[in-house]
Design a binder for this molecule. Structure first.
Ligand code: ATP
Ligand code: MG
Length: 712
């Protein structure tokens, strides 16, 4: 930090300079103001200056004010930017600008002198000065931003030198005028605010010299850089940006920067609430200069908002990472596919990335996983963030179920980077755990309802309030109800009645359901289902059939071989892509399904997925027992699509089919399924497993097919 030249008020009232060393700075007050006419400059205060001229300058008033106020607060020393920096000395000026944030931060008190606010007498005194306060020029200048934020104690004064109040007392007004979060005004660590948010605080402020618009932000971003007056504003901002990136992402950040690809992310909802969780995550995941891995485990009920919380975290803090990758940790196949997607993203930005450019992306994916991990393990590649979503089936040491996952095999080994894991399991201990719970505020629930239903006035609607209370802070239930209400004219109160009727019915039909949360969710879907059944029976049937496929990535090609002699809906659904699309679109409109992030599928075969809670409901309620004919239909569909290994892009199609085949593996190999007439299909599934290196599964399929033939 540069040396600090203070002013001292001597016992005889004289005001003189006092030079300090950085280790020996007395307590001091500091002034914040906007420059006016006839400011007192460094030269006016030097020992040889003609003080009679100095005191006759208009700016002397401020110096006297500051000296008096400091004395009243028991402070002998104070600092004023007009005269305490020798601006003719470029070296001193540059050092001062780079230190100024800390000078304000270390001051015992900061006085804001508002020359355009009068605290005149009168009946409406307070109203009058508050109006002037709101429009004061002080809030429009660049430099005053750090002067507001850095010091702990800030007092505001009118032009007569009368105290108006402290930063704390006027917090609400200041927040409204400046848009700066109250927690920042209270001294919260600036690193907890995203770069974009900090930039926004300065957006409507300006400076006399254009480059200063960038230079006045050095302290806000905790960086230093050379000042080059004359470089122009754009160049100054470019350099500022570069320094910010270097600080956040490391000196070699460009070498490891991969632009964020939203294509592999789940769809983001209009996010509400969860401020506490977000700031806890930031605290756990990011601290400047950290040299070891930081991991956060978000755990909580299905549909409670873990995935959305992770997405929102990324939206707010993406600048702090060089690369952010989203992985589906639901099962090992999905994980491996995610790694393939990551490899493609890295190669797109760094085509010559040594470890990756020789890996066969269409070959054995274990090699791809290894190569990506090696890239993430590079010594200087420390600022990546990986999100392992849906880690719901962790493998325990003594349990070797193939559907479980040991995520550690998919984590880079080196002690660096940041990791977020979302899970429903309370047993994941791979990082700091954060329990994501129901939303507690009525207002938050109302916001989800109003965002999703696109209806206004929910805050004053008793029906909407009652519905929010009923749905008990479950974001998924609230958003389903909202999606329904967007499409119908039903009032909130009427919806509540439908909901209650449906709840009672569910209690009769599925008495075994024991979780209250599941009941709430299932009831909202049932109301939606009844509606869909009326609008398009094929959509409703598709929902039922979906229980026999995997929850993610169902597309037209997968269903086109569905045949059923006596079911019209199957014909209608699979007639052509248009009918399929219109059936699935209705499910999307009502929030029961959504287009999937594309993982490199050819265009024209967009897959659709559903939330895993919705899928569980299609399995346990829509199909209250395993429906043999629907299961056979699904097996036929998957088996008919299995491509041989000489087809174009066979590998990609097989990968997509694998998860749907896995849905039937258990019932087929455990001899519970009726396979008469399906031997050919089992054989195809055997081929699929074999080509994908799943030899145990392949063998089981072949032997069931053989057994079937022998029985026949
Ligand atoms: N903070 C939020 N603001 C607005 N909507 C939300 C929020 N959290 C969740 N939702 C809504 O609830 C739905 C379910 O949330 P999300 O998918 O994040 O749950 P989850 O906990 O990840 O569930 P699962 O364990 O099944 O993966 C979202 O699709 C969204 O519509
Ligand atoms: Mg989730």
């Amino acid at each position: 930090m540069a040396f600090l030249r203070l002013l001292e008020r001597k016992p005889d009232g004289a005001i003189v300079f006092c030079e300090t060393t950085s280790s020996d700075v007395p307590a001091y007050a500091i002034l914040s103001h906007t420059w006016g006419k006839e400011e007192v400059l460094f030269q006016d205060m030097e020992a040889n200056a003609d003080m009679s001229k100095t005191v006759s300058k208009a700016g002397w008033r401020k110096i006297k004010f500051c000296a008096r106020q400091a004395a009243a607060d028991g402070l002998r020393y104070f600092w004023i930017d007009t005269c305490c920096i020798d601006k003719k000395n470029a070296v001193e000026l540059s050092a001062a600008i780079n230190s100024m944030f800390r000078w304000y931060q270390n001051a015992t008190r900061c006085y804001v002198y508002l020359s355009d606010v009068l605290k005149a007498d009168g009946v409406d005194r307070e109203i009058a000065w508050k109006d002037a306060f709101r429009t004061s020029r002080w809030f429009t200048r660049g430099w005053t931003l750090q002067e507001l934020i850095a010091p702990r104690v800030v007092d505001f004064f009118s032009s007569e030198g009368e105290r108006l109040g402290s930063k704390l007392l006027l917090e609400t007004e200041i927040h409204e005028i400046t848009g700066i979060a109250k927690s920042a005004l209270r001294g919260g660590a600036l690193s907890s605010f995203s770069i974009r948010e900090r930039r926004s605080w300065a957006e409507r402020r300006s400076t006399t010299v254009e480059e200063d618009e960038a230079y006045c932000l050095l302290g806000i971003f905790n960086i230093s850089m050379a000042l080059i007056y004359g470089e122009r504003k754009e160049q100054a901002f470019r350099r500022l940006e570069e320094e910010i990136h270097k600080l956040n992402k490391g000196v070699d950040f460009e070498q490891y920067t991969v632009g964020l690809s939203l294509a592999s992310f789940p769809e983001a909802a209009q996010f509400v609430a969860r401020e506490k969780e977000l700031s806890k995550m930031r605290e756990l995941l990011y601290s400047y200069g950290r040299s070891s891995r930081s991991s956060v485990v978000l755990h909580g009920l299905g549909g409670i908002g873990k995935t959305q919380l992770a997405i929102e975290y990324i939206r707010r803090h993406k600048e702090k990472h060089t690369a952010i990758f989203w992985l589906n940790a639901n099962d090992e196949d999905s994980l491996r596919l995610s790694f393939r997607d990551i490899a493609q993203q890295i190669l797109m930005h760094h085509p010559s990335a040594g470890v990756l450019c020789n890996v066969d992306l269409d070959g054995n994916l274990d090699g791809v996983v290894r190569a990506v991990k090696t890239w993430l393990n590079f010594r200087d590649n420390t600022r990546w963030l990986m999100i392992y979503d849906n880690y719901d089936n962790p493998r325990t040491a003594d349990y070797a179920d193939r559907s479980t996952v040991d995520v550690r095999q998919y984590l880079p080994e080196s002690d660096q980077g940041s990791v977020i894991i979302t899970t429903r399991s309370a047993n994941v201990t791979l990082g700091q755990r954060l329990h994501v719970q129901k939303l507690t505020g009525l207002k938050d629930g109302l916001r989800i309802l109003s965002n999703m239903s696109r209806r206004e006035g929910t805050n004053d609607n008793p029906g909407a309030k009652a519905l929010v209370v009923k749905l008990d802070g479950l974001p998924l239930a609230l958003s389903t109800a909202g999606a329904y209400l967007e499409h119908v004219t039903t009032s909130f109160a009427e919806y509540l009645r439908l909901y209650e009727a449906s709840w009672l019915k569910l209690q009769k039909t599925s008495p075994k359901l024991n979780s209250y949360e599941d009941r709430s969710l299932y009831t909202t879907w049932q109301v939606t289902f009844n509606r869909i059944q009326k609008e398009n029976p094929a959509s409703a049937q598709l929902l039922k059939l979906w229980a026999y496929f995997n929850k993610q990535d169902v597309w037209f090609g997968l269903l086109r071989h569905a045949q059923s002699a006596d079911d019209d809906w199957v014909k209608k659904l699979t007639e052509d892509e248009l009918s399929f699309n219109s059936a699935v679109r209705l499910l999307c409109e009502y929030g029961l399904a959504h287009p999937e992030p594309s993982l490199g599928q050819p265009s024209g075969s967009t897959g659709y997925g559903m939330h895993s809670c919705v899928h569980s409901w299609t399995i346990s309620v829509l199909n209250d027992r395993w429906d043999e004919s629907l299961a056979r239909l699904a097996v036929t569909c998957v088996a008919s699509e299995v491509p041989s290994t000489d087809a174009d892009r066979w590998w990609l199609l097989q990968q997509r089919l694998l998860q749907h085949a896995a849905r039937h593996e258990h019932s087929i190999t455990n001899v519970t399924a009726d396979i008469v007439g399906l031997e050919w299909a089992l054989h195809n599934l055997g081929d699929l497993f074999k080509d994908q290196g799943k030899l145990a599964e392949a063998e089981a399929m072949y032997s069931r097919a053989l057994q079937g033939r022998e029985e026949a």
